[in-house]
Design a protein around this ligand. Structure first.
Ligand code: PMV
Length: 432
């Protein structure tokens, strides 16, 4: 079984947490706006490498590349139907933290694509209800339950895509979605959710218009996923992906991620990621608020420079199978991410006491066993434990005896996996 200990029911505490979270996010938004008004200067390095004029030509090229006013269909001749795709979550090794423009990364970043933690999404179309004035008509069900807040996020996402897919305004859409990981486990689902939706849309384009080359299919799915959630750009690819322009990776781009699967040494091809669920509490500061706070972060230029260099080194490590250096680099990048949060204005902490306890236990275990086991962290308290498949048994024994007591929500045994693909949604009764 993929999941360890049972998950607790928490609907009331979630409602309270959401109201609290909203207030905190408003507060952070105001503070960031205030800092902007006060004119806190961006560093010359940030200005230079991310100058809008330097980038605008490229942005225009890409907008033109995918904009397609001809992608309209004859609604009278189009029967209602649906497509269904799944996409996995991913775990970043060098993190994307800080963005600009239309969801463009401040530094190149790279991740392993996961397998067990996935989103399965069905996208159905039917004639538009013309009494309804909305440009994008869409409703969304999660495990058969109507979810208005999530629906609104997808309407906004589709609204951004109407120049690429004008047919989005021609139908009434129903999204039915399911995560394979337990709801409320504290695992961010936006990467898998947006990548699954992007795969549905590009497949629909192929169904209604013409077949794309495999390369264009993935490039376009990644580009579209990025507009929904930055890290989602990487989730469409099998095994490993990189997003963000770097001179060390030919073909890399800020606009979409590219596969780096063919650059992985065999030791990394089936790498393990056991997700240690330290806490399922909702984050006090969302990722988008966190990205925003990087704009006035005095250490941001140093971070972007360091992340660029780490990205280059990571590619070498992945190619050569240097497991010890992998541990050193990946842990350093995870701790930098959280150090940046603690250095923001205002500062915040997403790690919990048990995050630190697990991190220290991982380091002790590595020291005493000599095994290449390391941790990374996303923007939250949970710990991702990364190690080669060959040491599965030793790691599992240690996890059960020493780490399980620190994990009230259990753990998910995940591993490097296969990217987005066609899928079938499990049956759920609709409860509107
Ligand atoms: O895609 P977002 O906006 O949820 O940001 C993801 C940020 C991290 O998960 C912390 C890092 C990453 O590269 O995935």
């Amino acid at each position: 079984m993929a999941y360890g200990v049972a998950f607790t029911h928490r609907s009331h505490s979630v409602q309270r947490a959401s109201a609290r979270q909203l207030k905190t996010q408003e507060k952070y938004g105001e503070l960031t706006a205030l800092a902007n008004q006060l004119g806190e200067k961006k560093s010359p390095l940030t200005e230079m490498t991310h100058s809008p004029t330097l980038r605008s030509n490229k942005q225009r090229t890409f907008a033109t590349m995918f904009e397609s006013p001809r992608m309209l269909v004859d609604t009278a001749k189009t029967e209602p139907g649906s497509v269904c795709y799944q996409a996995p979550s991913n775990i970043a090794l060098v993190k994307y933290w800080g963005k600009h423009g239309v969801q463009l990364p401040r530094n190149p970043n790279a991740s392993f694509t996961l397998s067990v933690a996935r989103t399965i999404t069905e996208l159905a179309w039917a004639p538009k209800d013309h009494d309804n004035a909305s440009r994008i008509q869409l409703e969304l069900y999660y495990d058969g339950e109507l979810r208005e807040a999530f629906a609104e996020r997808v309407r906004t996402f589709f609204g951004k895509l109407t120049k690429i897919y004008p047919f989005l305004e021609q139908f009434a859409w129903t999204v039915k979605t399911h995560n394979t990981f337990p709801h409320g486990a504290g695992i961010a689902s936006s990467a898998s959710a947006m990548a699954a939706l992007a795969a549905c849309l590009v497949s629909l384009e192929e169904q209604w218009f013409e077949k794309l080359s495999t390369e264009t299919y993935f490039q376009k799915a990644s580009y579209i996923a990025r507009l929904g959630s930055g890290s989602a750009a990487r989730s469409v690819f099998a095994k490993a992906a990189a997003w963000g322009t770097s001179t060390s990776l030919a073909g890399s781009s800020d606009e979409y991620a590219v596969s780096i699967a063919d650059q992985l040494h065999p030791s990394f091809q089936d790498y393990r990621d056991s997700i240690l669920l330290v806490s399922s509490a909702e984050k006090s500061v969302s990722s988008s608020a966190g990205h925003g706070l990087m704009d006035n972060q005095p250490y941001a230029p140093v971070r972007y420079d360091m992340a660029n260099r780490r990205f280059t080194r990571l590619l070498e490590i992945l190619k050569r199978g240097e497991l010890d250096d992998f541990c050193t680099l990946v842990e350093a990048d995870a701790l930098d991410l959280h150090a940046l949060m603690m250095q923001s204005t205002p500062p915040y902490i997403l790690m919990e006491p048990n995050t630190i306890a697990v991190v220290n236990a991982v380091r002790r275990f590595r020291e005493s066993s000599g095994l290449p086991v390391c941790f990374t962290l996303d923007a939250g308290p949970n710990v991702h434990l990364l190690y080669p498949k060959a040491i599965d048994l030793q790691v599992n024994d240690w996890l059960k005896s020493e780490i399980a007591p620190l994990l009230p929500q259990g753990l998910i045994y995940d591993h490097v996996g296969e990217g987005a693909s066609r899928a079938r949604l499990p049956e759920f009764k609709i409860t509107a």
